[in-house]
Design a protein around this ligand. Structure first.
Ligand code: TYM
Length: 330
């Protein structure tokens, strides 16, 4: 069985972009692949966090993994800091990543370009930690949204560099980026990615949004004055985004099929169909979420997941440190 690994950094509440671009693929892959899905809590603290809010977001993230359909008897679900090897291999990876490579990472460059003050060293080096997260488990594939592809490519470069230098240490993983839904855009500004740091809060649908609020966000999504439901991301980015959402939430229905259904309809009818699809999905997730947060499942799942992950991660770290010549007691 081929192995897959991915993670989410819950610096805020999980949103529809996380679900469509990443989480639903974890769920869809768990039967066919050996799936490792973790909660990247070290990555969370690369930006300032309120401790209480962080606690809530972490627990919600596990609950949402489960509520979206990840099955702990199939997938290994764990918290990054429960496996100490992430931080240790992270430092080793950092020492094998060039500053020139980190300087090219668009996420950091974007934050810097916005003039954000006091960016942390952790934020700058976080792609190296991400490389460690991945390489510890030797996955064949890493399913991610488009914005994370560059980081998986960096992971491949550093893995190859270390394999050349120390002998075969790492499986070089491939990023898996879906054709549709890998970059869900903000509903209030379809030229920007839907993201947790949406300040207006109108462009981002959170998985735990009240259904009425979610519906309103879709119904007031920014569109255009062309008035035709057709897939033209350049001239109609808002409509293209809503089509991606609808397709992703309805068994990857083709754009041609969606265009055909709404060809003589106004945007109001189309938006209502998108809102229905979004609200149906959220309702299912939220019903399961409520049951999960009232049970002891979160602790059980994390304990079981960490046990399995630790075995794999400690063996890999040991192999790497030996190959580098760092260990004395064998
Ligand atoms: P994060 O937490 O920003 O995002 C989690 C996943 O959701 C995808 N995503 C999106 N997909 C489509 N449309 C969007 N608007 C959208 N926004 C986010 C992301 O591409 C990602 O797949 N560094 C990672 C977490 C991480 C990780 C890893 C991932 C840490 N270590 C190892 C894979 C493997 C991050 O910040 O993702």
């Amino acid at each position: 069985m081929k192995r897959m690994l991915s993670g989410i950094k819950p610096t805020g509440q999980l949103h529809l972009g996380n679900y469509i671009g990443a989480l639903r693929h974890f769920v869809a892959s768990q039967d066919e692949y050996e799936m490792f899905a973790f909660i990247a809590n070290l990555h969370c603290i690369t930006v300032p966090q309120d401790p209480q809010e962080l606690q809530k977001n972490l627990k919600d993230c596990v609950a949402l993994y489960l509520a979206c359909g990840l099955n702990p008897n199939k997938a290994t679900i764990f918290l990054q800091t429960d496996v100490k090897e992430h931080a240790q291999l992270g430092f080793i990876m950092c020492c094998h990543t060039y500053m020139g490579e980190l300087n090219r990472m668009t996420q950091f460059k974007d934050k810097q370009a916005k003039g954000e003050k006091n960016l942390s060293g952790g934020l700058y080096t976080y792609p190296s930690l991400m490389a460690a997260d991945i390489l510890l488990y030797s996955p064949d594939y890493v399913p991610v949204g488009e914005d994370q592809k560059q980081h998986v490519e960096l992971t491949r470069d550093v893995a190859e560099r270390m394999n050349n230098r120390y002998g075969q240490l790492f499986t070089v993983p491939e990023p898996l980026v879906a054709k549709v839904g890998a970059r869900i855009m903000s509903l209030s500004d379809p030229t920007k990615k839907m993201s947790k740091s949406d300040e207006t809060n109108k462009g981002c649908i959170y998985l735990l949004d009240d259904l009425k609020v979610a519906r309103k966000k879709v119904m007031s999504a920014v569109t255009d004055s062309i008035g035709k439901v057709q897939y033209d991301p350049e001239n109609q980015p808002g409509i293209a985004n809503l089509m991606q959402i609808l397709s992703s939430l309805s068994n990857n229905r083709s754009f041609a099929d969606i265009e055909e259904e709404f060809k003589d309809q106004g945007y109001g009818v189309f938006k209502k169909a998108v809102a229905d699809a979004v609200c149906n999905q959220l309702e299912q997730i939220q019903t399961r979420y409520k049951e999960i947060v009232e049970s002891n499942l979160i602790e059980e799942v994390l304990t079981q997941g960490a046990q399995k992950a630790c075995l794999i991660a400690s063996a890999k770290l040991d192999q790497v440190q030996k190959a580098i010549g760092m260990e004395i007691i064998k």
